[in-house]
Write a protein that binds this ligand. Sequence first.
Ligand code: ATP
Length: 267
Amino acid sequence: MGEKIKVERVTKAFTVRDNEQKGASMEFTAISNMEFSVNEGEFLTIVGPSGCGKSTLLDLLGGLSTPTKGRILLDGQEIKGPGLDRGTVFQQYALFPWKTARGNIEFGLEAKGIPKREWRAQSDHYLDLVGLKSFADRYPHELSGGMKQRVAIARSLAFNPDVLLMDEPFAALDAQTRETLQSELLRIWEKTKKTIIFITHGIDEAVYLGQRVVILSANPGRVKKIVEIPLKHRLADADIRSNPAFVKARHEVWSLLHENEYAGLYI
Ligand SMILES: Nc1ncnc2c1ncn2[C@@H]1O[C@H](COP(=O)(O)OP(=O)(O)OP(=O)(O)O)[C@@H](O)[C@H]1O
């Protein structure tokens, strides 16, 4: 399994107002000296406290902004801007309200330059992949939150990106829908073999989905630890969250995230 993405000593600083001095500005370091890599076809989850730089990191991976120091390599080439090799799914559905589920997916096909005669078969394929074949002609306002997010995932996949960047895509959904979409996503990942980087606030979600979990700490955002999750065949076990290996991994991630509280840092 080759290395797909390499985050090399990345620092991202923003210029912000200096509250101490009127009219002056100062540097604020959101992410400091971050380093990790992602293997081809890996499902990597990233978890960390609010403000640790998760969205900043995803913007850098998406090429929407550039590091202040360090660099990010994709297939050995430095990321210098957005590209169709990376698809992003956000927390908010970001669908075109005037296009049907199929129309939203076909937008992805058009952007990728797929000839129009192939759209129908390909959009059928992606609708089927996310379990929405019978909702092809519905508009976003006629779909539930979970269905909208399925369309968003299908649209991102229609670009056929190498890497899927997911920024808390299930955060706005109710617990049951979230669990369903988590297992759907695992199934899609197993089928498509995409490299996935998935950002979340949820420890359960990070452990359930990730082959490895990157734990970030805040002020500034840094990699605290990368934990391997030794779970195989997640989909075969309907109640994997009760499995001792899951419980153990979950506890490890939880402890790392809450370490500072017990050291008295926040008390
Ligand atoms: N454009 C910007 N200008 C100045 N500061 C910024 C900018 N973008 C982010 N920050 C700061 O960088 C830090 C990291 O923000 P970011 O949104 O990446 O965190 P996050 O981990 O995604 O947070 P959350 O989990 O709450 O969504 C925060 O302190 C934020 O205020």
